[in-house]
Design a protein around this ligand. Structure first.
Ligand SMILES: CCCCCCCCCCCCC/C=C/C(=O)SCCNC(=O)CCNC(=O)[C@H](O)C(C)(C)COP(=O)(O)OP(=O)(O)OC[C@H]1O[C@@H](n2cnc3c(N)ncnc32)[C@H](O)[C@@H]1OP(=O)(O)O
Length: 260
């Protein structure tokens, strides 16, 4: 039984809705990553499900990205386990045979943005408080190559390079302009817009669409699959560095002080 991930039957036949519910900010903790992988595996094996709308249970924060507390002050074995789970979620999402539509109803930084980029289509609520992007450099860290590749595949090399170097978090209109999301709609229309896009995608025969998706994505997937262990070791080495630990601690403190 999953606590952090809710899966509901959608209002349309063949559509499931997967909702993040990991308060306070839907950070991707190790437990959340594992629950997501299990939920996605069940959905992948369910022949009655052809499409999945992915959203947050509570509007405001879609996903706050990777859980910074999983990457601070832990031991190398924990970092390795955590990173393997991050890889696993990306592989499941990016290779899913289902149509994935992200209904972005809140803040969507870093790992949250990555999760949405694995979807086939992104609809974002038109709320100026919501931003999306790979903001890793702002934390003093770098997006791994497969985060970068996923963004390049979506917006092209130049736009990705600029967004990655600056760690830009785009508000909805800018996100649409740069192509990081496909559609921006009034917040109250988000779910209906996502379902309407889903219906368009489901009008295509599954087999043809799935083979096309694999053709487009396999080269990117293969890059990680062939060096998964090396990528884990590289993450563990980098994240264990004192300077990186200090940068992450400072960022976490800034988040905590923001309230005071
Ligand atoms: C030479 C350099 C080489 C460097 C090489 C290093 C490379 C190593 C590789 C590393 C690759 C890692 C890739 C990382 C990906 C990521 O996803 S990192 C996470 C990025 N996420 C963010 O930046 C988001 C941070 N959070 C926010 O901006 C805001 O919290 C919010 C989501 C917009 C919500 O705002 P609000 O509603 O105002 O809530 P807050 O008060 O800010 O937060 C509530 C509590 O939640 C905690 N929190 C927030 N985000 C996270 C998080 N991602 N992880 C863990 N915890 C988080 C926040 O601290 C608050 O906690 P408390 O004060 O204790 O309540």
């Amino acid at each position: 039984m999953s606590h952090r991930v809710l899966v509901e039957a959608g209002p349309a036949a063949g559509v499931a809705v997967l909702k993040f519910r990991n308060p306070p900010v839907n950070a991707l903790s190790l437990e959340m990553l594992m629950e997501l992988v299990i939920s996605l595996e069940k959905l992948e094996n369910d022949k009655a499900v052809r499409g999945i709308v992915i959203t947050a249970e509570n509007p405001g924060i879609f996903l706050a990205g990777l859980d910074l507390t999983e990457m601070c002050g832990r031991n190398p074995a924990h970092y390795a386990k955590y990173w393997e789970a991050v890889q696993e979620l990306w592989l499941r999402l990016y290779q899913s045979s289902k149509v994935l539509v992200a209904a972005i109803n809140g803040a969507c930084p870093a790992g949250g943005c990555l999760a949405s980029l694995t979807c086939d289509y992104r609809v974002m609520a038109d709320n100026p408080k919501y931003t999306i992007g790979l903001n890793e450099t702002q934390l003093g860290i770098i997006a791994p190559f497969w985060f970068k590749d996923t963004l390049v595949n979506t917006v092209g090399h130049r736009a990705a390079e600029q967004a990655l170097q600056l760690g830009t978090l785009f508000p909805p209109a800018k996100a649409l302009q740069v192509g990081i999301v496909d559609q921006v709609v009034p917040e109250e229309q988000l779910q209906s817009a996502a379902l309407s896009v889903m219906a368009q995608w489901l009008a295509i025969p599954d087999h043809a669409r799935q083979l096309t998706k694999t053709m487009m994505r396999k080269p990117t997937v293969d890059q990680l699959v062939k060096q998964r262990e090396a990528d884990i070791q590289s993450f563990v080495g980098l994240i264990s560095q004192d300077s990186i630990q200090r940068a992450l601690q400072t960022y976490l403190q800034k988040l905590r002080q923001k309230k005071g």
